[in-house]
Design a protein around this ligand. Structure first.
Ligand code: GLN
Ligand code: ZN
Length: 772
């Protein structure tokens, strides 16, 4: 392949918004608290964008995006851009003639206020980023509000950089939307495509007039299995957009998986450039693109650096891919697989990272260097970057050989897992009898999901322990006090199966990650979860094992305070993976198995310590379902196996619970059955117990606790309301296999509503219980 041809360029689809000290979080929260004004907030955002622009330019990124910045969320920005503001938010903030008015309406949509509920929030594809779900109906009055993309473009061009504005594309925008509350569920937002495409065309012309040469339209929805009707809509929309005379060149970006059936549509369109992901499950794009004969003279933006994970890239392997791609497009540019929004900012910010390990990692800033190196290697030949390639290969080799990464004892144990380890000794029908005898619970037993309110006192105790102003002994004493109070409260409410309340846990994944070998915590690896909320996912670095028990002392202390059964509480293996950055050097299934074995030891230790009920939470099981249908069965198989491996080592009389929330469970019902937990609690209040009928239809054979309290709201449901929910459940499902509990943990709630609701919950259960 010749190295002449048009030179490749280094680019990214987007960069973290937060600022190196999370200035954006502080600035928005100060604005919400009323301690700063619109002017101050906007000044901070301008400064952050200026710094970002400088950083990207200094790093050598040749084509820099704009409008990837957001005060809260880019899908919300798109709704505002198109005028898709629900009537309730227009009424709540009628005047948007001032910057403050605009901000207040925007934040009302994002977070709600005293008068109005916000838009719903949900996960952005298979990341842990949440976007706001646009609400649309036949009466939505679209009108272009182009201020933000134009302002951010002009701001950068005034600083001397012609950026590539980024927009959520029209097809993805509509596919992510839902029918407005006043509209029936049958309404298809995609039917509005013809109404929004002209607004996009108008915006493109304005961006062109402002000097934009390229505009990036993000269409990640194309990596989901899409029916022919969606592909037709896509074809039509982009035929219109590319027909515009005064338009910039258009780059359609896809990421997170392969584009599959949409590839021929994109290839045959008049789009000027296509962005494809070549990492993980999306590596199939390479074969698909080859089979399709390439993109002709279109520009290909090749996502060869993983934007979804934190490992240093294998630069030589990435160059191999890039060189293969060069014959398949008019020009090949180098990028991360997706926006760098989903990884932390900079490894250099880490305060106690071993320098050897630091070299294995690439956060957003390091990924820029990788992209620039690859671009140079592709354009000027490998010799031009041979030193960097050699250093990269050495770092990868040191990672592969590290005793932190490969622990033979762990690998041997994982390799020796037998089928029998995945099965309880007896089927549920038999376990149920011994458990009933041991636990002696009433019909419709009551319980909670685990956490009790995380009070300011608990948080400051944890902070004091961290900074050393509280001794470990006094910290333990403070937690024990809390557990004693939580147990006493639960006895007061009359609950049947108690919990210790999880006061000692900062976060349900981090708490275990800190105690397991093979996990690495970061000090500054913040990633945006939603709005001003950032999380620091742990990194699974190497083979995982449990050096010592993690929860047994807390659980046995709690059990010593009461005659009622106390439920031990663990986070399941699938959720541990889902909310961490996972290894890229072995299949997820192998990592999950190691985590499961570590947790299995904890389960058996809890059992040996006399804990008769053990809950293994898997709230994330549904959310890491692969994006493509064809990949789902394999995922569910290993996910279910990991759960079973965690929980099957106990005797029949030990009752295993699990818990799931934040998701529709319809497409994982069989997996829920296969998990074979004795009891599962599920979020159900908002859907008025619809899941119970689904479980009945699926012949769910074990016990279930459909949530009767939507814990996302402080509202206290009355006894009658809870009883009403319970009757819906007992009408649909055998009542001898039903439990009564809230939707999820109570950590974000306050004590007043917790006390009132749990008292009502117990009263409702007693009312609905059949007489014994
Ligand atoms: N046991 C956890 C809690 O109650 C479960 C949290 C969750 O489902 N996300 O907080
Ligand atoms: Zn939950």
């Amino acid at each position: 392949m010749s190295t002449t041809g048009p030179a490749s360029r280094a680019t990214v689809y987007g960069y973290p918004r937060q600022g190196s000290k999370r200035e954006l979080k502080k600035a928005t929260e100060a604005y919400w608290a009323g301690s700063s004004d619109a002017e101050q907030l906007l000044a901070t955002t301008r400064q952050l964008r200026r710094e970002r622009l400088q950083l990207l330019r200094d790093a050598g990124v040749e084509e820099i995006p704009s409008n990837d910045f957001s005060l809260y969320d880019h899908v919300l920005d798109t709704a505002v851009l198109l005028g898709a503001v629900p009537p309730r938010h227009r009424e709540a903030v009628p005047d948007v003639s001032t910057p403050q008015g605009r901000l207040d309406r925007y934040f009302a949509m994002a977070r709600g206020n005293d008068q109005v509920a916000p838009l719903e929030m949900t996960k952005w594809f298979d990341t842990n980023y949440h976007y706001l779900v646009p609400e649309l109906g036949p009466d939505t009055s679209f009108a272009l509000d182009p201020e933000k993309p134009l302002r951010e473009f002009t701001e950068a061009s005034n600083a001397g950089v012609i950026t590539r504005p980024v927009l959520v594309g029209p097809v993805t925008f509509l596919l992510l939307a839902k029918p407005a509350p006043e509209v029936g569920d049958g309404f298809e937002p995609l039917s509005l495509l013809d109404r929004i495409v002209p607004l996009y065309a108008d915006l493109l012309a304005r961006l062109r007039a402002a000097g934009a040469e390229w505009v990036q339209l993000d269409e990640p929805a194309l990596v989901l299995d899409q029916p022919a009707a969606v592909l037709d809509a896509l074809r039509g929309a982009y035929a219109t957009l590319t027909a515009g005379v005064d338009r910039p060149k258009l780059l359609l970006a896809t990421y997170f998986d392969r584009v599959g059936e949409a590839l021929p549509v994109l290839r045959d369109s008049d789009l000027d450039g296509i962005g494809l992901d070549f990492v993980g499950p999306a590596s199939a794009n390479l074969a698909d693109l080859t089979a399709a004969g390439g993109l002709g003279d279109k520009r290909l933006v090749a996502g060869v650096v993983n934007g979804h994970n934190i490992w240093a890239a294998d630069l030589t392997a990435a160059l191999d891919i890039l060189e293969n791609l060069r014959g398949l497009a008019g020009r090949v540019d180098v990028s991360a697989s997706c926006s760098l929004l989903h990884v932390p900012l900079d490894v250099a910010l880490e305060r106690d990272l071993d320098p050897g390990i630091a070299g294995w990692l690439a956060f957003a800033r390091q990924k820029l260097d990788e992209i620039v190196t690859l671009t140079k290697g592709l354009t000027a030949g490998r010799d031009a970057v041979s030193d960097l390639l050699r250093a990269n290969a050495e770092r990868l080799a040191s990672r592969a050989a590290s005793p932190l990464v490969r622990v033979d004892a762990v690998r041997q144990r994982a390799g020796a897992v037998a089928d029998a380890d995945l099965y309880r000794a007896s089927p549920y029908g038999k376990r149920d009898l011994v458990q009933a005898e041991r636990l002696n619970l009433p019909p419709l037993p009551t319980t909670t999901i685990g956490s009790f309110p995380q009070t300011a006192g608990l948080r400051s105790a944890r902070a004091a322990l961290r900074t050393g102003t509280m001794s470990p002994d006094s910290y333990v004493a403070a937690m024990r006090d809390e557990i004693r109070d939580v147990i006493a409260e639960q006895e007061e409410f009359g609950l049947d199966v108690l919990v210790h309340g999880e006061p000692e846990r900062n976060d349900m994944v981090q708490y275990f990650a800190e105690q397991l070998d093979g996990f690495l915590a970061t000090t500054d690896g913040w990633v945006q979860s939603y709005g001003s909320r950032y999380v620091r996912p742990p990194i699974i670095l190497g083979d995982v094992s449990r050096p010592r028990p993690m929860t047994v002392e807390w659980a046995t202390y709690a059990q010593s305070l009461t005659d009622k059964p106390v439920k031990g509480m663990l986070t399941g293996p699938v959720t541990m993976l889902a909310w961490s950055f996972v290894r890229d050097d072995q299949p997820r299934a192998d990592t999950a198995r190691q985590v499961a074995l570590a947790l299995r030891d904890e389960v058996t230790d809890l059992e040996a310590a006399g804990i008769g009920v053990i809950q293994v939470d898997e709230p994330a099981l549904r959310e890491t379902l692969p994006l493509r249908d064809g990949d789902r069965a394999a995922y569910l198989a290993w996910a279910v196996d990991a759960f079973r491996l965690t929980t099957s080592g106990v005797r029949d009389e030990t009752q295993i619970h699990t818990h799931m929330c934040y998701a529709e469970f319809g497409d994982v019902l069989q997996a829920i059955i296969d998990m074979d937990a004795d009891v599962i609690s599920l979020e159900a209040a908002r859907s008025k117990m619809a899941i119970v009928a689904d479980l009945a239809r699926a012949d769910y054979p074990n016990e279930v606790g459909p949530g009767v309290w939507d814990i996302h709201s402080p509202r206290v449901p009355s006894v009658d309301e809870i009883a009403e929910h319970l009757r819906i459940a007992t009408d649909a499902f055998p009542s001898e296999r039903l439990w009564v509990n809230p939707d999820c943990g109570l950590k974000t709630r306050g004590y007043p509503e917790v006390r009132a609701t749990l008292t009502n919950l117990v009263a409702a259960a007693r009312q609905v219980r059949p007489p014994i």
